[in-house]
Design a protein around this ligand. Structure first.
Ligand code: NAD
Length: 481
């Protein structure tokens, strides 16, 4: 039985040490849907100590074979699958993610990631003999777990981004203290319940919901060996500074302002490309780090592109995140909606032209909704084209030729996602190679568990997913024999 008055520490529902509370609101209705204790420094101390004991227990987790770790990951995936009908609506009610999207991205994708890392644990050579180059003997390359991991995740994809860390960390043999975001703590209790049901040894995964200050305490805690962070670029910079001083390994998955480059031969028929464009540019109400919110359109077909995107965006069903028909739900919090609205006001003040949206939906009198919005005639140097809005707001920017499109795509502080839309996929791939970004798709965009995901420039450091994601949780040792 899930105990919402506790934290998952050392394999049990542990009583909190402090008296702070976190209240969770439904983004679609503004109603209170839950309250949990807020983690304090002493809870983090207990969680880190439990994770350390589990890491060092040679009779338990610390002595598990790769096969045992793989089996544990599969049991965790199975337990999450069993809870899918609780997890998806819980995520949706907290952060406004439409229910169909949370079933796919917050249950289907995380369990696929855990299973991918189970397979990878089985196939990875944690010890590898290597012939010496100097002819003076050979070497054994040992890949051992980095240790106790502090995992800090944001509210936009709370389960998926936790799984992106849990999968490789557990496959490597690490243990973890996970700090969910205060906006999405309720689904973290379902994850905790799944961890217990999966029979992971006590202390392997500990979950302490808390805010920024306690997150910062966890990052600099002397018992932590690695920090895995997903969130804003501002917080990532602060965490990176601390980890730099401590020489503590850190991965930073941060913000984005990705370009969706529409080439002059692109098929703009929404019956064929509408759903792929939606996922690439607007999924989860635009509250997605990789969203292609800068649409680059050739001058030769500018009006056609504006018409297509305006038609797509005006066709989207805006409503309660739990309504299966909803395509665009509310913003996660009142303050986040205020931020998105301030960017819409800024776009208007800077002279961009709204073709769709720009206000609040009239048929909804509660919930933190904004109308999905398209700005045309946007200058790439303007605020709405340079700063991450993190809402359903697209800016359509004209370009003259392919080189100009690549130049504009790269004229950004960020480099996380991106897409190229074209009838000629080889031409699209050639353009994709020239964009300075961590991930990019041709006529589609979806992260894959087997391919590295992450950003360049202000979008972050390091990679998650794929074998590269596992490497971030392993230390290398050369033993000369
Ligand atoms: P945020 O940075 O405010 O918070 C993210 C998490 O970090 C929360 O758990 C928060 O409590 C914690 N936190 C904040 N400051 C901290 C600090 N100094 N030390 C330790 N912990 C701290 O971000 P958010 O508003 O919750 O999430 C939205 C941001 O996340 C967007 O910028 C988005 O682009 C980014 N994001 C990136 C990716 C990616 O993979 N690159 C994925 C999803 C979201």
């Amino acid at each position: 039985m899930v105990d919402y008055e506790t934290f998952l520490i050392d394999g049990t529902w542990a009583k909190p040490s402090g008296s702070g509370r976190i209240t969770v609101l439904n983004a679609s209705t503004e109603e209170v849907i839950g309250e949990v204790p807020e983690g304090a420094a002493a809870d983090v101390d207990a969680a880190v100590a439990a994770a350390r004991r589990a890491f060092e227990d040679r009779q338990g987790w610390g002595g598990y074979s790769a096969e045992q770790r793989a089996a544990a990951l599969e049991r965790l995936a199975d337990e999450l699958d069993k809870r899918r009908d609780d997890i998806a609506p819980r995520v949706s009610s907290q952060n406004g993610m439409p229910l169909g999207i949370s079933l796919q991205f917050e249950v289907g994708f995380p369990t696929a990631v855990l299973r991918y890392y189970a397979d990878l644990a089985r196939s990875t050579a944690f010890e590898e003999p290597r012939p010496g180059f100097l002819g003076m003997g050979d070497a054994v390359i040992q890949r051992s777990p980095v240790g106790v991991v502090a995992a800090i995740v944001p509210w936009n994809y709370p389960q998926a981004l936790a799984a992106w860390k849990l999968g490789p960390a557990l496959a490597a043999g690490c243990t973890m203290v996970l700090k969910p975001s205060p906006e999405t703590v309720l689904d973290a209790y379902l994850l905790a319940d799944a961890v217990l049901a999966a029979g992971l040894p006590p202390g392997v995964v500990n979950i302490v919901p808390a805010g920024r200050e306690v997150g910062a305490y966890l990052v600099r805690h002397p018992g932590i060996d690695k920090v895995a962070f997903t969130g804003s670029t501002a917080a990532g910079r602060a965490i990176g500074e601390v980890c730099g001083r401590l020489l503590r390994p850190v991965s930073l998955e941060l913000g984005g302002k990705s370009a969706a480059i529409v080439l002059d031969d692109a098929d703009l028929d929404l019956t064929r490309i509408g759903s792929a464009l939606f996922v690439a540019c607007l999924v989860n109400n635009g509250q997605t780090c990789f969203a292609g919110t800068r649409v680059l359109a050739p001058r030769s077909r500018y009006d056609e592109v504006v018409d297509a995107f305006s038609a797509l965006v005006s066709s989207l069903a805006v409503g309660d995140a739990l309504d299966p028909a909803t395509q665009i739900g509310p913003m996660a919090t009142a303050s986040h909606r205020a931020r998105v609205e301030s960017y819409i006001a800024k776009g208007l003040a800077e002279g961009a032209r709204v073709t769709v949206g720009g206000g609040r939906p009239e048929h909804l009198d509660r919930g933190w909704f904004v109308q999905p919005t398209v700005f045309a005639d946007v200058d790439n140097r303007s605020t709405i084209a340079q700063e991450e809005i993190f809402g359903p707001v697209l800016s359509i920017i004209p370009y003259t030729d392919d080189d100009d499109a690549v130049r504009i795509a790269n004229d950004s502080e960020y480099g996380l996602g991106g897409t190229v839309w074209t009838a000629d996929s080889a031409r699209g791939a050639e353009i994709a190679r020239q964009v300075r970004t961590g991930t990019i798709g041709v006529n589609r965009y979806l992260p894959d568990p087997g391919s590295p995901f992450g950003g360049v420039k202000a979008s972050g450091l390091g990679r998650e997913l794929g074998p590269e994601g596992l490497a971030g949780y392993l230390e290398l040792k050369s033993i000369y024999v």
